[in-house]
Design a protein around this ligand. Structure first.
Ligand code: NAP
Length: 549
């Protein structure tokens, strides 16, 4: 355990992060015979599922889909007890995977990478950690996650608060007991909406401080029906393959066949009611072909959900405040909940509108808005993350000729396929910006990237090549394509973390690829089939000769 600078050697590849993507990267790269080392900030595996332990935390993709596909034995033997996995269950699964495939021995836990620098002559990345490690590797793989940099707003007075405060993305491992407490939750995204019903059941009183109302649908979670599990497992491989032929990487939802505007009002109501009863976000957005591209069509779905909110929440003023009216449904991450709107019918829950009466400060005994004081014993920040670029920018990533990620991404992220960047040879990202990761089934997205990277490393090795770098033109056209695709949708209309709107000062750039998993995977496969089109492949000795001349 180094406490001073200590050189821990040279590796074929260093992986940053031991979440879902990093773990699979260890597995795949080891199979190629590569010598790998992983640095992980937490004291355990699991990434997002390690840190987000807030009450009610649960995946919004069904468990049978949200799991690794690389081992049929694994997918056959693992039993998911519920339709949607809880955080403890998913973490248990990821730990099982780490043990079953003996992945831990290459991981350095409790270790945060602070700097990564590329030496162009030696063709090596050198990484330095907060514990003084120095390690070098030919290839560096950033498996740092998209929602891994929790952010709380800077509200004056927090340092003087006499109660306790928490961030959903950094929840204490021992849990928190809110029994008998007056609790304030700030934020009503997925994390807030999942935790609010549970905290409400424990707390003496819960105040929800809402700036923007979000759309949420019932998850309809429940025990896993044994016949469903059996049938799914019987055709697991076919289902996994089929998932790549869908926009969101999730199979089992028949694609819609017509526009919402081609249906009558009565037909639409029947369709939306059926989806509402079924639970799930993909199926709801799959009601019609154009919900994410046509405002008028989207309005029919948005209004359906608003009517449901009005029918559920008894106090009309609270119901109206909970009705989203600033973005089309689905253009922010569509939330799945259990009893969220019902929670506002409890006598011990108060919704506070901080859009019209903003928070002014946190006082020693609570929180002050523009028109009232709220006495609080605990505050929960469910205020989200510096999404998609935060984790990469926290590391000082640069090359010896002075190019840094922080500068390159000053106006927003720039990547080729969300996997590599011009100017940063041999540096890969798993589900980086401008890939569909966050808009798809994340484990599938991680597997697809790791498989692509592993095949690429194999390709290089077979040809005696040691360096790969995205070409500037390829990167520029990929970004242009991303923007063109996004501009044909309604997504850019929302002030979401997809555009960095939740972080003051962050450039407004649409970051995920929304052209769908099918088109994206085809592009990645085509690029590889054409000998890594858009990448410059070379042998370092050639590079050195080139530099010397
Ligand atoms: P989020 O969606 O970014 O929501 C943050 C919330 O905090 C928003 O309501 C936001 O309001 C509010 N907020 C931020 N800064 C504020 C400020 N200064 N004052 C008052 N309110 C403020 O974050 P999240 O809920 O943690 O979710 C992030 C993403 O993680 C999700 O979209 C999802 O992709 C993923 N996630 C998934 C699951 C799941 O699988 N079920 C669960 C949790 C999270 P504004 O909208 O006004 O900015």
């Amino acid at each position: 355990m180094p406490d001073r600078t200590s050189d821990i050697g040279n590796f074929d590849a260093i992986i940053v992060g031991a979440g879902v993507g990093g773990l699979y990267a260890i597995y795949r790269l080891r199979k190629l015979g590569l010598n790998v080392r992983v640095f992980e900030a937490g004291d355990g595996v699991g990434g997002t599922w390690y840190w987000n332990r807030y009450p009610g935390c649960r995946c919004d993709v069904e468990s049978l889909e949200y799991s690794y596909s690389f081992s049929d034995d694994l997918q056959q033997e693992w039993h998911w007890p519920e339709r949607y996995g809880t955080q403890p269950e998913i973490l248990r699964y990821i730990n099982h995977v780490a043990d079953r495939f003996d992945l831990r021995r290459d991981i350095e836990f409790n270790t945060r990478v602070k700097e990564a620098v590329f030496d162009s002559k030696a063709n090596l990345w050198t990484l330095k950690t907060d514990r003084g490690h120095v390690a070098t590797a030919r290839y560096c793989i950033m498996a740092t996650g998209n929602l891994s940099t929790p952010r709380k707003p800077s509200i004056a007075g927090l340092e003087n608060f006499e109660g306790k405060w928490y961030h959903t993305g950094l929840w204490p491992h021992e849990g928190v007991d809110f029994a008998g407490l007056r609790v304030g939750v700030i934020g009503t995204g997925s994390s807030g909406v999942q935790s609010i019903p549970i905290i409400a059941r424990q707390a003496k009183h819960l105040y929800v401080f809402q700036r923007t109302a979000n759309f949420s649908l019932p998850a309809r979670n429940g025990p896993m029906p044994p016949d469903k599990e059996r049938a799914h497992k019987a055709e697991y491989s076919a289902r996994r393959r089929a998932a790549y032929d869908t926009p969101f990487g999730i199979a089992g939802h028949p694609p819609p066949v017509k526009s919402a505007l081609q249906a009558t009002e009565a037909e639409r109501q029947r369709a939306y009611e059926a989806k509402w009863a079924e639970g799930g976000s993909i199926s709801f957005l799959y009601s019609y072909t154009d919900l994410l591209v046509n405002r008028e069509s989207n309005d029919t779905a948005s209004e359906f959900v608003r009517q449901k909110i009005r029918a559920t929440v008894k106090d009309p003023k609270t119901a109206e405040l909970l009705c989203p009216n600033d973005h089309p449904i689905g253009t922010k991450r569509l939330i799945l909940d259990t009893d969220y709107y019902e929670t506002y019918n409890r006598g011990n829950v108060t919704l506070v509108d901080i859009r019209s009466k903003p928070i002014q400060e946190i006082t020693p005994t609570g929180l002050r808005t523009a028109d009232a004081d709220y006495a609080l014993d605990a505050i929960v920040f469910a205020t989200g993350f510096d999404a998609m670029t935060g984790a990469m920018k926290e590391i000082d990533i640069h090359t010896d000729d002075g190019l840094s990620i922080r500068e390159k991404w000053e106006g927003g992220p720039r990547t080729y396929l969300g996997i590599m960047m011009a100017g940063f040879p041999n540096l890969f990202m798993i589900t980086g910006p401008q890939s569909p990761g966050v808009k798809s089934q994340m484990i599938l997205a991680c597997e697809q990237h790791v498989n692509w990277i592993a095949a690429c490393l194999q390709y290089l090795r077979k040809r005696g090549l040691t360096r790969i770098e995205a070409e500037q033109d390829a990167e520029d056209s990929w970004i242009q394509h991303n923007n063109d695709v996004a501009d044909r949708t309604l997504y850019p209309l929302a002030n979401s973390w997809y555009v960095g709107a939740n972080i003051p000062g962050k450039p407004r750039v649409f970051m995920p690829y929304v052209g769908g998993v099918t088109a994206y995977k085809k592009k990645c496969d085509d690029v590889a089939a054409k000998g890594y089109e858009g990448f410059r492949l070379s042998d370092v000795t050639e590079e050195q000769l080139y530099a010397a001349n």
